[in-house]
Design a protein around this ligand. Structure first.
Ligand SMILES: Cc1cc2nc3c(=O)[nH]c(=O)nc-3n(C[C@H](O)[C@H](O)[C@H](O)COP(=O)(O)OP(=O)(O)OC[C@H]3O[C@@H](n4cnc5c(N)ncnc54)[C@H](O)[C@@H]3O)c2cc1C
Length: 453
C-alpha cells in the first residue's frame, strides 16, 4: 500500500513503542487506532510485568525529543553519572560512566513515562486508544484482526508493538514463514522497594546506578525523583553445584532473610518490606528472542520487543524499541513510497543492530554480575578512560557508544571488538596503568581505529 494513501494505521500494544510510534505517526498526519489489552494505566494502577524503573540513554532521549516530550519527561528523570559498586562489607566505589558531562543515564518510573506518552498520543487528536482490547489473531489474507471484545476489524497496515510475548509475531509464523529463536536466561529477577526516609533523604547516592555484584548473581537499584529506589535481585532460577542459591531454594523467610543478611546486608537494611516483597513479588523471566524477519510484505511490521527481545543488562530494550520507531520515521520522511519498501528498508537497517545489542546485552550480564568488582576490570576501565582522553572521538569505550551515542549498535559492536583487542594487547602482564606503554597505545589506535572511525 502507498504510504500517503493510507487512511488509518492500526497499532497493537500501547506500551513503550506503540505509544511513541503513534505520536510520531500523528506528527506526520496519520490517523491511528491503538489497541491495548490492559486497562488505561492512568486510571487503574497497572501491575505489569517488567521493571518499575527504567534507564534511558541517548537513543531513548533522542526519540523523546523528536516526539516533543523532552521537557515533560525531563521533569520525571534522575541523572545517574556512574555505577556505585557495593561490596559485601558495605564499602562503595563509584565507577563514573565516562569522562564527559553528557555521559549520564536517566532513570524514570515506567508508569510515569507511559502516562506521558499516552497523554501526548491523545493530545495529538489523531490517535484513538482502545484499552482493554486484546488481540487474539490476525488473518493476513483478508487484512482482518480479531479482538477479545470488539470482534473482527479490517486494517490497512498494522504495527505489532505488543512486546516480548507478541501475538502479532505468532500470527506471522505461517503468513510470513517466520522463524523464531528463543533463549530463556537461567536467571530470573525479583523487585524490591527501598523508600526514602521520612524527610525525603534517599537511602543511597541518587545520582548513581547501584550494583551489588556477587559472582553468579547480583542486585541493582535505580533512583526515583522522590528519593526512593527500585531494586532488582537477579538470581539463578534454580541453584546448582556452582551457585547453590537460586530463587527455588529461597523458599522460606528464614532462608531469604539469611541469604540477604549474609550477602547483601546494606541493601537488605533499606528494604523495610523484605519479607512481604519476597512473598508477593513474582520472579520475572528474561531472555533473547531473534526473528528471521519482521514484516509481512507491506501489511504488517513488528517493532520493539516483539521483533527483538533482549536481556535487560545493557538497559537498552526501550532505547532500542524507540530507535526502531525513529528509524522508520526517517525512512518515511526520506520519501519511501509504499509500506513494503519502507519495512524492507527498516529490517535491513535494523536487524544487524538488533543482533548486536542482543549479544552486547548478554555480555553486559556477565560483566555486571562477575567482573565489575575485579581489579583487572578496574584497570581496563582506567586504561579505556586514558585512551579516550588521549584520542577523543577516536577511542570511545563500547559502553559509551551504546549508551551515550546513536551510532548503530552493529558499528558500536564492531568498534568495541577492535578496542578490546587493543586493550588486551596493552594490558598483557600489566598490573598498573603506569606500566602500560602509551606510545605503543597511540600507534595501535592510529593503525587500527583511525582509519575505520
Ligand atoms: C528486568 C527488566 C529491566 C529492564 N530495564 C530496562 C532499562 O533500564 N532500560 C531499557 O531501555 N529497557 C529496559 N528493559 C526492557 C524494556 O522493558 C522493554 O524492552 C520495553 O518495554 C519494550 O517496549 P515494547 O513497546 O516493545 O513492549 P512493552 O513495553 O512490553 O509493551 C507491549 C504492550 O503490548 C500490550 N499487549 C501485549 N499483548 C497484547 C495483545 N495481544 N493485544 C493488545 N495489547 C497487547 C501489553 O499490555 C503492553 O502494554 C527492562 C526489561 C526487564 C525485564
Amino acid at each position: 500500500m502507498r504510504i500517503h494513501d493510507t487512511r488509518r494505521i492500526t497499532i497493537i500494544g500501547g506500551g513503550m513503542s506503540g505509544a511513541l510510534l503513534s505520536i510520531l505517526l500523528a506528527q506526520r498526519g496519520f490517523e491511528a487506532e491503538l489497541f491495548e489489552r490492559a486497562p488505561d494505566p492512568r486510571l487503574v494502577p497497572a501491575r505489569t510485568s517488567g521493571p518499575d524503573i527504567l534507564s534511558l540513554g541517548e537513543r531513548g532521549r533522542y526519540a523523546l525529543r523528536l516526539a516533543g516530550l523532552e521537557d515533560a519527561v525531563g521533569k520525571l528523570v534522575t541523572a545517574m553519572r556512574g555505577r556505585m559498586i557495593h561490596d559485601r562489607r558495605g564499602a562503595r566505589t563509584l565507577q563514573p560512566y565516562g569522562v564527559h558531562d553528557y555521559e549520564a543515564l536517566y532513570s524514570i518510573r515506567r508508569e510515569r513515562l507511559i502516562h506521558c506518552l499516552l497523554d501526548a498520543a491523545e493530545a495529538s487528536g489523531k490517535v484513538r486508544i482502545h484499552f482493554g482490547q486484546q488481540l487474539q489473531a490476525i488473518d493476513w489474507d483478508s487484512n482482518t484482526l480479531s479482538l477479545d471484545d470488539a470482534g473482527d476489524q479490517r486494517f490497512e497496515v498494522l504495527f505489532g508493538t505488543d512486546g516480548a510475548g507478541s501475538r502479532v509475531r505468532r500470527s506471522m509464523l505461517q503468513a510470513a514463514r517466520l522463524q523464531i529463536d528463543q533463549d530463556l536466561l537461567d536467571a530470573g529477577y525479583k523487585q524490591f522497594t527501598m523508600p526514602a526516609a521520612a524527610d525525603g533523604t534517599p537511602p543511597f547516592d541518587p545520582h548513581a546506578l547501584h550494583v551489588w555484584p556477587r559472582g553468579g548473581y547480583m542486585m541493582v537499584a535505580m533512583p526515583d525523583t522522590d528519593g526512593s529506589f527500585s531494586a532488582m535481585l537477579f538470581l539463578p532460577r534454580r541453584g546448582d553445584h556452582r551457585m547453590p542459591w537460586g530463587f527455588a531454594e529461597l523458599d522460606s523467610w528464614t532462608r531469604q532473610q539469611a541469604f540477604m543478611a549474609f550477602n547483601l546486608p546494606d541493601a537488605a537494611a533499606r528494604i523495610p518490606d523484605l519479607e512481604a516483597e519476597f512473598r508477593d513479588n513474582p520472579v520475572g523471566q528474561m531472555g533473547t528472542i531473534r526473528c528471521s524477519h519482521w514484516h509481512v510484505g507491506g501489511l504488517g511490521l513488528l517493532i520493539g520487543d516483539a521483533a527483538h527481545t533482549i536481556v535487560p543488562f545493557h538497559g537498552q530494550g526501550v532505547n532500542a524499541a524507540f530507535e526502531d520507531c525513529t528509524t522508520l520515521m526517517e525512512i518515511v520522511d526520506g520519501g519511501a513510497d509504499d509500506w513494503g519498501t519502507a519495512f524492507e528498508h527498516l529490517e535491513r537497517a535494523r536487524k544487524k543492530d538488533a543482533e548486536a545489542i542482543a549479544d552486547m546485552a548478554l555480555d553486559a550480564f556477565r560483566t555486571m554480575r562477575d567482573s565489575v568488582r575485579h581489579r583487572e576490570f578496574m584497570l581496563r576501565k582506567a586504561l579505556e578512560r586514558e585512551l579516550e582522553l588521549r584520542h577523543p572521538g577516536v577511542f570511545i569505550p563500547r559502553y559509551s557508544l551504546v549508551m551515550f551515542h546513536r551510532i548503530p549498535y552493529a558499528e558500536a559492536y564492531r568498534r568495541g571488538k577492535i578496542q578490546a583487542a587493543i586493550l588486551d594487547e596493552l594490558l598483557e602482564g600489566k598490573e598498573r596503568l603506569t606500566e602500560v606503554d602509551l606510545r605503543h597505545a597511540a600507534e595501535l589506535v592510529g593503525e587500527r581505529l583511525t582509519a575505520t572511525v
